[in-house]
Unconditional design. Sequence first.
Length: 95
Amino acid sequence: MTEQMERERMVLGGMMVDGYDMRDVIRELNLGWANFSVEGLLIYAAIVRLHLRRMPIDQVTVVEELLKRDELDLAGGPHGIAEIAGAYVGYELRR
């Protein structure tokens, strides 16, 4: 896995698991979303939509949001979302 892919997973996982503040994420990445995978961009867009509606952001709500827009399979499916969140949790436990 490339460094960019790992970074993508950590940011998206952190947003779902720890509720990273959206402003902090955007500042930290310096709008570096152009290098994200299609799957990552779909997940990020779902998170932004949830955030704008002031909805909780976690694995379940992200999966539901993607499902509503028929984008879940394109974003890696529920298993892919769980893997991203799990990778972040594993990373935090190793720190």
